[in-house]
Design a protein around this ligand. Structure first.
Ligand SMILES: *Cc1c(COP(=O)(O)O)cnc(C)c1O
Length: 404
């Protein structure tokens, strides 16, 4: 059997469709964010990163760096085991307490990533709760979809952010079956925000538990960075809040928060929690420093909002269409995978601007886009440079259209 030929055949198909993924080989430069070096074909060039999920630049915050360095000196590199077998360190528990406090919950549980936390929590809930039915928003992230699939629980998909559809589907289900309504607050690709209050009201009416992924909101929304549910005063009405330490908090790791019994249940039964080495204590210490800082500092969030507004304003003035939403995510729809890649290549080569083309399966086919995430560290000059680059591109496209 020529396995490589089998692999290559499918890779070639991806390339023909324009869906093959090319990674930019970046070298982040501490203190220079959003500027970084890009390694390409033996060349190294400075680029401005416009698609990072280190939304506030906390990955280079001196407090976070100091916390990680201090903890490495104090505890060494790795955790030394799974949480069960010698891997639970004091720093993990301090972080879990900080997370429970962030969301005003009794308890929190740490995972090696946000993906793993969704996958493990949903697969455990769906498989361990007898006759459980999971109602999943159609726009949910792959980590939730995979967790639900793995649970083998009955799954009902409701229309994205459509509370009437959710209610219609809930109403048809057996009253006494345990139900979970799983959704996100900020959807990362369109940047739209769920009507959390209405979803909670409907879920409460039908006795369903609520499972909320706040991955793209923690650190960024709410007076202490607790997410959109904190901003809306709804945290205590959500059964389980899930988040990441890898995006706005600038480190790595994922977590769930909820009642003590819920977290103990996942801790006790989730394979994805039990059978893997705990995060390095230094990672936990750095994440906690980031969380605690953003609990009491609003300046990063305010500056980010200002830069997001400036980019939107610049795009509007230049006549470049972008998806409007209430979040920090600025999608420019191109709707074709090959064109999206061409535009991204051009921005990188001619303008030193790095924005990753977003293609299938991250977004549905035909909705390919460039997705910009302005941070508090993108200067007004960075924004002007991006708008100038896109303006020049748009003019060239208009010319191309006219000639064609
Ligand atoms: C990125 C992402 C995750 C996974 O979080 P990681 O910490 O990166 O593994 C979960 N949910 C959503 C909506 C995400 O975008």
């Amino acid at each position: 059997m020529n396995f490589d030929a089998l692999f290559q055949f499918q890779l070639d198909t991806l390339k023909q469709e324009g869906n093959y993924r090319y990674f930019a080989e970046l070298e982040r430069k501490c203190g220079k964010f959003p500027h970084a070096a890009n390694h390409h074909d033996g060349d190294v060039r400075d680029v401005t990163v416009w698609c990072s999920n280190d939304y506030l630049g906390m990955g280079q915050n001196p407090l976070v760096i100091d916390a990680m360095c201090e903890a490495v000196q104090r505890t060494g590199t790795g955790a030394g085991g799974t949480r069960n077998i010698s891997g639970t360190n004091h720093d993990h528990l301090l972080l879990e307490r900080a997370l429970a406090d962030l969301h005003n919950k009794e308890a929190a549980l740490l995972f090696t990533s946000g993906y793993v936390s969704n996958w493990a929590a949903l697969s455990t809930l769906g498989s361990r709760l007898k006759d459980c039915i999971i109602l999943s928003d159609a726009g949910n992230h792959a980590s939730m979809i995979e967790g639900i699939r793995h649970s083998r629980a009955q799954k009902v998909i409701w229309k994205h952010n459509d509370v009437a559809d959710l209610e219609a589907k809930l109403a048809k289900l057996p009253a006494n079956a345990p139900k979970i309504v799983a959704f996100e607050s900020v959807y990362s690709m369109d940047g739209d925000i769920a009507p959390i209050r209405k979803i909670v009201e409907v879920a409460e009416k039908y006795g369903a538990m609520t499972y909320l992924d706040e991955v793209h909101a923690v650190g960024l929304y709410g007076p202490r960075g607790g997410g959109v549910a904190e901003q809306e005063g709804l945290m205590d009405r959500i059964t389980l809040i899930e988040g990441t330490l890898g995006k706005a908090y600038g480190v790595v790791g994922g977590y769930i928060t909820g009642s003590a019994a819920l977290c103990d249940f996942i801790r006790s039964f989730a394979s994805g929690f039990i059978f893997t080495t705990a995060l390095p204590p230094a990672v936990a210490a750095a994440a906690r420093a980031s969380i605690e800082h953003l609990k009491q500092s609003d300046s990063e969030r305010m500056k980010q909002r200002a830069q997001v507004a400036k980019l939107r304003d610049g795009l509007d003035r230049a006549g470049i269409p972008h998806l409007m939403n209430d979040s920090h995510i600025v999608p420019v729809m191109i709707k074709d995978p090959v064109k999206t890649k061409m535009l991204a290549d051009y921005l990188m080569d001619e303008w030193g601007i790095y924005v990753q083309p977003i293609n299938y399966p991250t977004v549905p086919k035909g909705t390919e886009r460039l997705r910009f995430t302005p941070s508090p560290l993108h200067s007004d000059e960075d924004i002007a440079h991006l708008v100038a680059a896109l303006t020049s591109l748009w003019k060239q496209c208009a010319i191309a259209h006219a000639v064609a």
